[in-house]
Design a protein around this ligand. Structure first.
Ligand code: ATP
Length: 324
């Protein structure tokens, strides 16, 4: 291994910059050259590369987003696109890759590796925390803290006006953000894609909560909740069935993806970057680096793609008890 290319792909997440910085500096530490590839796989196809030295990543450890930019590339889904990408990295002398992204980006990496046999390491970067083989993905902790901070503010209004707020958070397929931020922010109910709690139960819980003396409540709803109604349809349903409630909706949206990474995400990014580069140096390929318990681990990338990251079911019970 002499020259590593690093790229960010798919949705951006806080901590990606800290991971780029870690990859670049670990390369410098081990006297390996490092090349930044802009705009994910699309930049590889277009030859959009830049030499990266330890000073090119100054002042980014604290920045959200990704200085290398990210993209979704349709061209990389075609053999012609990937051939072009390979020709470009060959020309640039890049002999291995670190891909920071989600499972789609890892699938692309695996396909690319199977065609051209180029060593690859994946670093999980997505706020959804939906990747098998790691307890935490980069950006997840930051997103949780952002969501909790915002719900705290919403709570001020909810309690001042005796209102019920439905707060929609990101998570089309995974309820990690909703469940953890919901508990952290003291939500009355949490609706997630993994479990259908049922509309009756929701109404029942809201009725009970009113009867027990609560005057305001917050319900956290993941985008892809299993109940199958979007947050506005849910508001209509609840208002139709419980006219005593004045329901307001807040869709948090993209703010959840931005912002300065938390210390946890920065430290995780630094550790994962070191492990990714050092594993390539040791001759390993086709792994995703992750964290399980407090240990940095390697998971075969095909397992990371195919496996399913489960929610912690204990948390459902905790959430339930907390809303008593
Ligand atoms: P996020 O979790 O934020 O959605 P992601 O990495 O899963 O991130 P995707 O858009 O699914 O994001 O994938 C990123 C890119 O990876 C795609 O735009 C495409 O270029 C590449 N990719 C995904 N699947 C494949 C595939 N089967 N073959 C080749 N390339 C792929």
């Amino acid at each position: 291994i002499k020259r590593i290319g690093v790229l960010t792909s798919g949705g951006d997440s806080p901590g990606m910059n800290a991971a780029i910085r870690s990859v670049v500096r670990t390369c410098a530490y081990h006297n390996i050259e490092c090349v930044g590839i802009y705009r994910g796989y699309q930049g590889m196809i277009e030859g959009d590369f830049k030499e990266m030295g330890p000073r090119s990543v100054n002042n980014i450890v604290n920045k959200g987003g990704t200085i290398l930019k990210s993209a979704r590339s349709k061209d990389f889904m075609t053999p012609e696109g990937r051939q072009k990408a390979f020709s470009n990295i060959q020309k640039a002398g890049i002999d291995s890759l670190v891909v920071i992204g989600g499972d789609g980006s890892f699938t692309g990496a695996e396909v690319f590796n199977s065609e051209f046999n180029i060593p690859i390491m994946g670093i999980p970067g997505t706020i959804d925390n939906d990747i098998y083989g790691t307890s935490f993905t980069l950006g997840y902790d930051t997103a949780l803290n952002t969501v909790v901070e915002v719900i705290d503010k919403i709570r001020d209004t909810a309690s001042s006006h005796n209102r019920l707020f439905f707060v929609e958070v990101m998570g089309r397929d995974a309820g990690h953000i909703a469940l953890n931020a919901g508990i952290g922010a003291g939500a009355e109910e949490i609706l997630i894609p993994e479990e259908d709690l049922g509309l009756e139960r929701l109404l029942d819980s809201l009725k009970k909560s009113k009867a027990s003396g609560k005057s305001s409540s917050i319900v956290v709803i993941a985008e892809g909740d299993k109940i199958g109604k979007n947050v506005f349809e849910l508001k209509d349903y609840v208002e139709a069935n419980l006219p005593e409630y004045d329901v307001r909706v807040s869709v948090l949206g993209h703010m959840q993806r931005g912002g300065a990474p938390t210390c946890f995400d920065r430290v995780l990014a630094s550790r994962l970057g070191v492990k990714a580069v050092e594993s390539l140096i040791e001759g390993k390929s086709n792994f995703m680096v992750g964290i399980l318990g407090d240990k940095i681990t390697l998971t075969p990338i095909d397992q990371a793609i195919k496996g399913h990251s489960e929610i912690d079911r204990e948390l459902l019970k905790v959430a339930d008890i907390m809303s008593t």
